[in-house]
Design a protein around this ligand. Structure first.
Ligand code: 5GP
Ligand code: ZN
Length: 113
């Protein structure tokens, strides 16, 4: 499969991994938009939020829990941070493997694009 994030999960492409467990991994975005910019992704190849059914809902909840833990670990938990999932082309999704952005460490604009 020609998926860059699956290759990161498999260790075929290097990345700055900050967290792993049996369901997800988290690593630093290669083009950070903030001092803290992590990507939290499922190990399983799921294309987008559109593919989340009741079966995957616990996985998504776990990703939210991990994002909260990582925000604290990265020192932005109290000051504040943003969690974003882009979905589809108009939603700004470029990589076709579900991922959650965790952004923090600077004042983020109030706008959502
Ligand atoms: P999207 O626009 O799909 O929501 O976000 C994809 C993100 O993945 C972008 O912020 C981009 O910088 C990041 N990205 C793309 N390729 C790589 C890669 O090979 N390694 C890492 N660490 N991040 C990547
Ligand atoms: Zn994938």
């Amino acid at each position: 499969m020609d998926c860059i994030f699956c290759k990161i999960v498999a260790g075929q492409i290097p990345s700055d991994v900050v967290y792993t467990d049996d369901r997800v991994i988290a690593f630093r975005d290669i083009n950070p938009m903030a001092p803290v910019h992590l990507l939290i992704i499922p190990r399983e190849h799921i294309v987008s939020l559109n593919d989340i059914t009741e079966r995957e809902t616990p996985l998504l909840g776990h990703m939210v829990q991990v994002s909260k833990q990582l925000a604290k670990q990265q020192g932005v938990g109290t000051k504040g941070y943003r969690v974003v999932i882009n979905c589809g082309s108009q939603g700004g999704q470029v990589v076709q493997h579900l991922h959650m952005h965790l952004l923090g460490g600077r004042e983020l604009s109030g706008g959502l694009g």
